[in-house]
Design a protein around this ligand. Sequence first.
Ligand code: SF4
Length: 375
Amino acid sequence: MNPPSDPRPEVAPADEAVPSVAPRTLLALAPDELARVFVELGAKPFHARIARENVLAKGLLEYAAMTSLPASLRADLERELPIFAGREIGCSSAPDRTTKLLIEFPRANAREVSVEVVHMPSLALAAEDDETERNGATLCVSTQAGCPIGCPFCASGQLGLARNLAAHEILEQYVRGQSLGRLARSVVMGMGEPLLNFANLSAALDAVHDEMGLGSRRVTVSTVGFPERLRKIAPSRPRFQLAISLHTPDQEQRDELVPAMRGTPIDEVLAAGDDWFEKTGREVTYEYVLLAGTNDTQGHARRVSARLRGRRCTVNLIPYNPVEESPYRRPEGQAVEGFRRVLLEERVVATVRWSRGVDSDAACGQLRLRRERSR
Ligand code: SF4
C-alpha cells in the first residue's frame, strides 16, 4: 500500500520511520505490484483482486479456503506469498470475551517490534436497537510501536517509541481482529499517537472503509490534539470520528500528564476541536482518564465544565485501568459518578467507559510492556 504524502511538518527520526522496503506480502503490496506477482505465478491479474477480497471482505486467512481461486494457484500462493508481515506471539482472553493479541512485526534493521490489538465483543445489553453493534465487536488498534507522548500513567508511554507502523501493519490488525468476530466499530486508541503517523493510518483506513466495509462513523481516532495537524487533516467528509485526550482542565497538570503537549495551551487544543466540528459537522469527544486523587475532584469537574460548556462535544470519562508499577490508581465508582454528575448539572454531555478485560492484562500496552521487559 502506498500512503499519500504525510501532512506532518517534521518526520520521525530514522530509527522511528517505517521500514523503507515493503515486504512481499498480500497486504503490503500495492495493487499493480500484487498483480505482477500473480502473473509471475502464472495467474491472471484479476486473481490478485479476488485474493485480496477474500482476505479483506470475506475474512479468509488461508489460501486453501479461497475456493474462488484455481487449486494450483492456491498452493503456489501458500508457498510464495504470505498474507501478513507480522506474526501473533501472544493472546489473552478475559471472562467478558475481550481478547488481546500481541503481534510482532519486523524492525528495519535490528530486533522486531510488537503491538497490541484488543477485540471487545459487544455486551448483550449494549445498543439493543442497533443490530450491527449488538452482534459485532469493537476493535482497538495501534498506529505506532510504543509511543513518543510519554503519558506517565500509560504502559505504552513507558518504553518510548520504537517506530511508526506501516499502512499494511495497521491494516493487518483489522484483518486479524475481524477473524476473532465481526467488527461493528473500531477505535484507534491503542499504542501510539495517530497524528504522528497519519499518512499510514489514513491509507489503512481507506482500505478498512472501502474493502472491509467499516463505515466512517464507526471508526474513532483518538489523539492528544496537535492543533496545527488537526487543522491540516480536517476534510469536509472525514473517514473517522475524532476524540481528543484532555485528561485535565488545568494547564500545569496537562503538561505533566501529556508531556509531549507541554507548551501547547489547552485553549488552542479546544479551538482546534471547534474548528473540526465546523469543518466536518461531527462533534468531538473529549477523553478524560480519571486518576484517583489526581484529576478526579469536584473542582476538576467544575473546571472541565467551565472549559467545555456551550461547545458541541461529549466528555468520555475513563476510570483508570492500573498499569504494573504505576503510582496512579482507579477512582471508586462513587467518585466517577460524582464527577459525571457535576458535568451533567453544568449541561456538559458526559458518558463513562469502564475498561473491558480487567482480569486479563487489561491496561493498555500491558502485554507488550511485559514482553519488552522480559527481553
Ligand atoms: S496514553 Fe496514548 S498518547 Fe499517552 S503515552 Fe499512552 S498511547 Fe501515548
